[in-house]
Each structure stands twice: as structure tokens, then as C-alpha cells.
Design a binder for this molecule. Structure first.
Ligand SMILES: Cc1cc2nc3c(=O)[nH]c(=O)nc-3n(C[C@H](O)[C@H](O)[C@H](O)COP(=O)(O)OP(=O)(O)OC[C@H]3O[C@@H](n4cnc5c(N)ncnc54)[C@H](O)[C@@H]3O)c2cc1C
Length: 228
């Protein structure tokens, strides 16, 4: 799941950015470009490293592609712009000057409003998105907010990708797996948790088993796991 969730988040965000580019939606694209560069480039390092680890020693030797993927993952942080600089570009220019977070909130809100998801789950996603957008605006207005730039970028990325994954899942009722991935983003990246408390969630094991089985899951089955 540590490989699958960030990979699918990046796919949803990149395709959303491509759609904004095709539609000439410049304000939305202004937010999405640094968001994707920041988070997807960082997550790529963990995902490529995890892929190498899954192969054990075989992942390290050059007979497999994973060694090159791990090496190449590092360069995204440089040639796409370093994380601090990209996060500052998002916070101070895209949000602070252009107000691009409002376009992001509007387009994602439209998608969420039309998604055939359980109302309780849709409301949870909407609340997470609203809070991430409000946080971004607050920090951008605060002249002392610079140290929070990276947290803001991560919060917006996770909230946006959770909404997109849920919307995509609801659009394909025969196979709504992406909506399940959205819940993993919501619970693990956007919800508070106590690292010192033991926590087993009744929905999570069946959800992960179904996702790892690699077979389609119909929307009603997914919906029951979204609210369990
Ligand atoms: C393989 C490769 C290909 C490249 N191709 C291109 C290309 O085609 N076109 C191009 O224009 N460039 C290219 N670059 C250059 C690349 O964009 C820069 O290396 C990159 O932006 C980092 O800048 P820098 O090396 O000057 O590091 P620096 O700016 O010195 O950054 C060093 C560290 O300090 C941090 N830092 C710097 N300023 C601040 C600040 N104000 N606040 C907080 N932290 C800060 C950075 O986040 C970074 O972690 C390429 C680089 C590589 C490695």
C-alpha cells in the first residue's frame, strides 16, 4: 500500500493538471504545477526505494531496473525545483498573489458535488478540502508563515488527490477501487492520529485485501467500506 497509494495519488493529480492545461485553465494549473512537482517528486523517492526493497538484494543489482529507478528518483527534487523553493512558489506566489487555491477548491468542489458517494464520506472529504484550502490562505497571508510552506503544500496535495480519487472511483461503478484508495489518503494523511495508541480499523484490512487482489470492486461494495 505504501507503493500503491502515493503512485495513484500522483496519477490522479498529473491527469487533473493535464486536463487543466488542455482546457486553458491557467489559475488551476498555477496551483497544480507546484503541487505535483513538490509531492510527487518526494513520494517518488519513497516509492522507488520501496520497490527496490520488495525485491530484496535483487533490487539493488543492476540486472533489475529498480536500482536505476532509485537513483533517478533523486533528480526530480533538483531539476523540477527543490522542495523548499517549490513550496515557497506555491505559498507565496500561486496562493499569495494569484489566489490559485480558490480555483482548486471550486473545481474540486464541483467534482465532489456530483460524485455518487455515500453522503457521510462526501462530507468528510469536503471538510478536509475546505480545511486545507483555509490553511493555505491563512499561512499565505501571514508574513511569518514561510516555515509552514511545505506542510501547506502536502495538505493541499493530499486533500485534492483524495477528492479526485473518490470522484474517479464513483465514475466507474463497475470498478470503484480508486475511491477506496481515497479513504487511505484521508485516514493516513489528513486525519489526526496518536502514534502511541494501538489502532486497528475494521474497514482497513478488508479494503487492503481487496485492493491487493487486483480485481475490480463494484461501487456498492466500496461504498460500504467507505463508511464502515
Ligand atoms: C540533471 C540536472 C538537470 C538540470 N536541468 C536544468 C535545466 O534544464 N534547466 C534549468 O534551468 N536548470 C536545470 N538544472 C538546475 C536545477 O534547476 C537546479 O540545480 C535546482 O533548481 C537547484 O538549484 P541550485 O543547484 O542552484 O541549488 P540551490 O538554489 O543552492 O539550493 C540548495 C538548497 O538550498 C535550498 N534553498 C535555496 N534557496 C532557499 C530559500 N530561499 N529558502 C529555503 N531553502 C532554500 C534549496 O531548496 C536546496 O535544498 C538541472 C539540474 C540537474 C541536477
Amino acid at each position: 500500500m505504501k507503493l500503491m497509494v502515493p503512485t495513484e495519488q500522483a496519477l490522479s493529480m498529473v491527469l487533473f493538471a493535464a486536463e487543466a492545461m488542455g482546457a486553458g485553465d491557467e489559475t488551476l494549473l498555477r496551483a497544480l504545477t507546484p503541487l505535483v512537482k513538490f509531492r510527487a517528486c518526494r513520494d517518488n523517492i519513497a516509492v522507488a526505494t520501496g520497490a527496490m526493497e520488495a525485491r530484496g538484494g535483487n533490487g539493488y543489482i543492476e540486472e533489475w531496473v529498480t536500482a536505476r529507478l532509485v537513483r533517478d528518483a533523486q533528480v526530480g527534487l533538483l531539476w523540477e525545483g527543490t522542495s523548499n523553493i517549490i513550496a515557497l512558489d506555491l505559498l507565496q506566489r500561486a496562493i499569495g498573489r494569484v489566489g490559485a487555491q480558490r480555483a482548486l477548491a471550486q473545481r474540486l468542489g464541483e467534482r465532489l458535488g456530483t460524485a455518487a458517494l455515500p453522503a457521510v464520506y462526501r462530507e468528510r472529504l469536503g471538510a478536509a478540502l475546505d480545511r486545507a484550502v483555509a490553511l493555505a490562505g491563512d499561512v499565505a497571508r501571514d508574513p511569518t508563515g514561510e516555515p509552514e510552506a511545505r506542510s501547506v503544500a502536502s495538505a493541499l496535495y493530499h486533500a485534492a488527490s483524495a477528492v479526485l480519487l473518490a470522484w474517479e472511483g464513483a465514475r466507474s461503478p463497475g470498478d470503484a477501487r480508486r475511491a477506496l484508495i481515497s479513504r487511505l489518503v484521508l485516514e493516513h494523511r489528513l486525519a489526526p492520529r496518536d502514534p502511541l495508541r494501538r489502532e486497528r480499523r475494521s474497514w482497513e484490512e478488508p479494503a487492503i485485501d481487496r485492493l491487493l487482489a487486483g480485481k475490480p470492486i463494484a461501487l456498492p461494495d466500496v461504498a460500504s467500506l467507505l463508511v464502515a
